[in-house]
Design a protein around this ligand. Structure first.
Ligand code: PMP
Length: 284
């Protein structure tokens, strides 16, 4: 059963509503996080909260409770759901204000916590691999809206997702303004070439994913050489393996990019080792 906290109070779904004057709704003015819980325990809660508060700071949005109090509410929301495994969505919007985008008309940010089930990609995709495209829509220029801010304004990503939909594949790789690989619409990307793991560096303009960081830590533990660097489509097309990472998606192998097979066209062994280590970690 889902549980919802709205401004610090547990509410039923029917009463979990926000104003049509909320600037989160009117302008996408707000920030969010997506987390998972396994066996009743929230994975990397502190890291997600730190990123939420950093995103909020970037847009000068003062979250009306401190990090420990929001952390306690998140834990309480998961407990109230009675679920053992699931997903948490944390949302902080600018709050209710006037028509007109000036944030000064919004005195009180809206804070929402939802604990619910998450719909994954189909299980076969994890075993057989996913097909993706590279999108023509480039990732937001970091000097316009830094992709490190996990904001409620996802139109940039949605435009790329529409391209994926039109191509009949689940995800799209987004390049940055320089033509370098950035990330997917809601996941980070990794490749493996001759046993070396690579992922676009943060300065390529991407969300500093918590699963991405976890995979880099796991690689170190498994003694897999890993690099954060500039990647181009050449690196994608010539990779031996590829996978995507995200709290929701976890680690999903990619076996085709722009209708070209990656490596043998099947999920690779390094990907498999990292997936296994990740599954162990989240349940530990
Ligand atoms: N990039 C984008 C654009 C995202 O929205 C997300 C989260 N869904 C990620 C990457 C992955 O981040 P994380 O591992 O922290 O969930």
């Amino acid at each position: 059963m889902a549980a919802i906290y709205l401004n610090g109070k547990l509410v039923d779904r029917q009463h979990a509503v926000v104003s049509v004057y909320d600037h989160g709704f009117l302008y996408g003015d707000g920030v969010f996080e997506g987390l998972r819980f396994y066996g009743g325990k929230i994975f990397k809660l502190r890291e997600h909260l730190d990123r939420l508060y950093d995103s909020a700071r970037h847009i000068a949005l003062a979250i009306p409770q401190d990090i420990d109090s929001l952390s306690a509410d998140t834990v309480a929301c998961v407990a109230a759901s009675g679920m053992v495994d699931g997903y948490v969505r944390l949302v902080v919007s600018r709050g209710e204000g006037n028509l007109g985008l000036d944030p000064r008309s919004c005195p009180k940010p809206t804070v929402i916590i939802i604990a619910d089930a998450i719909k994954l990609y189909p299980a076969e995709m994890y075993e057989q691999g996913m097909e993706v495209i590279t999108a023509a829509t480039i990732r937001n220029h970091p000097d316009a809206l830094d992709p490190r801010v996990k904001s409620l304004n996802y139109l940039n990503n949605i435009l790329a997702k529409l391209e994926a939909n039109r191509a009949g594949v689940p995800e799209a790789i987004m390049l940055n303004h320089l033509g370098h690989v950035a990330e997917c619409t809601a996941d980070n990307i990794f490749i493996v070439k001759q046993g070396v793991l690579s992922t676009p560096a943060r300065h390529s303009g991407l969300l500093d994913g918590i699963t991405r960081r976890t995979v880099l830590e796991l690689a170190e533990r498994l003694k897999i050489t890993a690099r954060e660097e500039t990647l181009t489509r050449h690196d994608l097309f010539t990779a031996d393996e590829m996978f995507l990472t995200g709290s929701g998606a976890e680690i999903v192998p990619v076996t085709r990019v722009d209708a070209r097979p990656i490596g043998q066209g099947t999920p690779g062994t390094v990907t498999g080792r990292l997936r296994e280590a990740y599954h162990k970690l989240v349940r530990s």
